[in-house]
Design a protein around this ligand. Structure first.
Ligand code: NIG
Ligand code: FE
Length: 420
């Protein structure tokens, strides 16, 4: 077979095969030692041992992986990539003892980023998000979910979607947009939150459905923050029921601080994911285990807030749930761009094995975005998204932390970042 390029001399290749790894199957890495990968166009054409690939394939270009580890490109299924400004002041307030919910109730938190985001132009939003997306890519992430949610008006939420679409078009990393107008109650509706919910239900979701029909052919989701101080379960229901009605699959921020019953509802309506789950009850763990709703755990958030990570990761795995990991990159709780950090935290705080953390950061994260037919594993026909890591085996991705171990990052078969 004539191919475009071969990556040869891979010491350890983790293919992480399949479409999803639920329960105790999490962590099946499909390891091939002394491996090679053949790439044709933007896809993987063949995977095997070096001897097999050399016997079968010819290419003009061969890249020598130098005996290093190769994995699929990492997938980050939960980010608030698009925002303006920062909240370093709130970080200091939390260090002095104020809690996230106290700061939010006193008028800080998400709505303070909303002010800055509304004041920014679409191009300014793209510029600031590009810097973060570049860092994600340099750290080995090749597919990223990106939420709106700092506009909170019909116009500025659409601006955020447009910023995501512009950045997706110009950047090697693929973005998956999520509409999160239900992130906080904007100040102008503080006296009447239900009127804001009506605005989302009666107007905004319909314009998103139209935007999608005109502008977007890839997956897109709708999300809500079901939490004390944000949206009640009744409000969340109104929003996500309507989202499904207009054809948007849904995800949910649930159980980050208090459990309002969002998980049970999300499972009942077939949500694609429920995210955070720090205070999820045993009943809801069992519900997730019997569903296809992905439990996305986000270790940087409790770390960023300086609170214990109480997400029931091992119980979820024992209950046969589908578990994935994400960064939650956002200016309030967890400004971080590295899925390597997420794996380092997940192994220590949540008791995942390094193999489980890697599968949760690749194939299961891809499944949660409805992208597992294209990314998340190194298999024939999938996009040639992968990372050569400057380490000898996959355990190092969790074992080491604080420095970037990505050596060469490939997106759709092209080198998009190197450590040189
Ligand atoms: O996932 N929980 C809601 N959203 C973010 C926080 C966003 C912010 O504080 O700006 C989160 O933690
Ligand atoms: Fe979030």
């Amino acid at each position: 077979m004539i191919v475009d390029r071969i990556i040869d001399n891979i010491g350890q290749l983790c293919t992480i095969p399949g479409q999803v790894q639920r329960g105790s199957t999490l962590g099946e890495l499909g390891i091939i030692e002394n491996a090679a990968i053949a790439i044709l166009g933007d896809q993987i054409a063949m995977v095997g041992t070096s001897a097999e690939i050399r016997a079968e394939c010819r290419a003009d270009t061969t890249i020598d992986a130098g005996g290093r580890l190769v994995t699929p490109g990492l997938v980050d299924p939960h980010t608030h990539l698009i925002f303006a400004g920062d909240r370093a002041d709130e970080f200091e307030m939390r260090l002095q003892g104020k809690t996230y919910l106290e700061i939010m109730e006193a008028g800080g938190g998400i709505v303070s980023t909303v002010k800055k985001t509304r004041a920014a132009s679409v191009l300014q939003l793209v510029d600031s998000a590009r810097a973060r997306l570049d860092r994600m890519m340099q750290h080995g992430t090749t597919t990223v979910e990106a939420k709106t949610g700092y506009g909170l008006s019909a116009e500025s939420e659409l601006d955020m979607l447009n910023a995501i679409a512009l950045l997706d078009a110009e950047h090697p990393v693929d973005l998956v947009p999520t509409f999160l107008a239900a992130h906080a109650i904007p100040l102008e509706y503080a006296h009447d939150p239900d009127a804001y919910v009506s605005l989302i239900v009666d107007r905004m979701l319909i314009s998103v459905a139209k935007w999608r029909a005109k502008m977007w052919s890839k997956p897109i989701f709708c999300d809500a923050f079901c939490e004390r101080g944000a949206f009640t379960l009744a409000q969340t229901r109104r929003i996500l029921d309507q989202a499904q009605f207009v054809g948007l699959p849904v995800r949910l921020h649930a159980d980050e601080f208090e459990s309002l019953g969002g998980v049970g509802y999300a499972v009942d309506i077939g949500a694609r994911s429920v995210d955070h789950l720090l205070v999820t009850t045993p009943d809801d763990v069992a519900r997730l285990g019997a569903s296809n709703t992905v439990a996305i755990l986000i270790p940087p958030t409790p770390f960023g807030l300086g609170i214990p990570n109480t997400a029931p990761a091992r119980d979820l795995i024992a209950a046969d749930a589908i578990l994935a990991l994400g960064t939650d990159c956002n200016p309030g709780t967890a400004w971080n761009e590295s899925m390597q950090l997420v794996m380092a935290l997940a192994t220590r705080q949540l008791g995942l094995t390094p193999a489980q953390a890697l599968a949760a950061s690749t194939i299961n994260a891809a499944y949660s975005l409805d992208m597992a037919d294209q990314v998340g594993s190194i298999e024939i026909g999938k996009l040639a998204d992968m990372v050569i890591w400057d380490v000898p085996d996959y355990r190092h991705l969790s074992y080491r932390f604080g420095a970037n171990m990505a050596h060469t990052v490939f997106k759709r078969g092209n080198v998009v970042a190197t450590s040189m």
